[in-house]
Ligand binder design. Structure first.
Ligand code: ZN
Length: 242
């Protein structure tokens, strides 16, 4: 056993020596098992505060009366460090970042009373074509990270995206709502029935996508819907690429 551990460590040491691993933000050398981001950079991400979370919830989510709790760990600032990190996750194949940030989000969720009552965690589904293209659903990775720190049950396949919607970057709020209308379908009704569900997404801009998912889940018999995202866009700049 000791020998196996020792040789495994030796293997990783050798790998780090031959192919050094660098932090994706500052380029400092990091060990292979540290998700390619150093502690200093992880701590430099723009943290949210309760006042901004409450304001975002009030302006974007509360009036639809579909999502009853909301938490987000970071604020998405244009050109900020969080944006650089999330683009590595979404557009540059750095999938482990999703697990790491999911773990960080999970630690914060444990501090919220309403989170204790969540029965099931569901990632925002992406269309199978996009999954083929990207290789993974980034929200599923975040959910797995949350599971590793909170042990909350999750299901990646309870709901699926049946329409591959166009990118929402240049659409206004009303167009976004139309764009995602009827884009989702509950596949496993018995698994969501009467459950208090937490939807998980990477970044929340206007909430149009998560509202459509919440509506679809409630129509299929879910009891209550909450939302957790890594970050939210405070500035109402619909052209920001998230
Ligand atoms: Zn760094």
């Amino acid at each position: 056993m000791g020998l196996i551990v020792a040789s495994k460590n030796f293997f990783f040491d050798l790998l780090d020596f031959v192919f050094p691993n660098f932090c994706i933000l500052c380029n400092k050398k990091v060990l292979r098992n540290l998700f390619s981001i150093c502690d200093d950079c992880l701590n430099s991400l723009e943290m949210s505060n309760q006042k901004d979370i409450d304001e975002f919830y009030y302006h974007n989510l509360a009036s639809y009366k579909l999502i009853i709790n909301f938490y987000s760990k970071y604020e998405f600032v244009k050109e900020g460090n969080f944006q650089k990190i999330i683009h590595q996750l979404k557009y540059n194949g750095k999938s482990k970042i999703g697990l790491l940030l999911g773990q960080e989000l999970g630690k914060e969720l444990l501090k919220h009373k309403w989170f204790e009552e969540i029965d099931l965690v569901i990632p925002v589904p992406i269309h199978r074509f996009k999954k083929l293209q990207r290789g993974y659903n980034q929200s599923s990775l975040i959910v797995k990270g949350i599971n590793s720190t909170t042990k909350k049950v999750f299901n990646e396949n309870a709901i699926k995206r049946i329409r591959n919607t166009q990118t929402q970057t240049h659409l206004g709020l009303h167009e976004r709502m139309e764009n995602v209308k009827d884009a989702f379908k509950v596949v496993k009704k018995d698994e969501i029935f009467n459950k208090k569900i937490l939807i998980v997404d990477d970044v929340c801009t206007t909430g149009s996508t998560v509202h459509e998912i919440a509506r679809t889940l409630l129509d299929a018999g879910a009891k209550e819907i909450s939302l957790a995202t890594l970050a939210f866009v405070k500035e109402k700049d619909f052209s920001i690429k998230v």
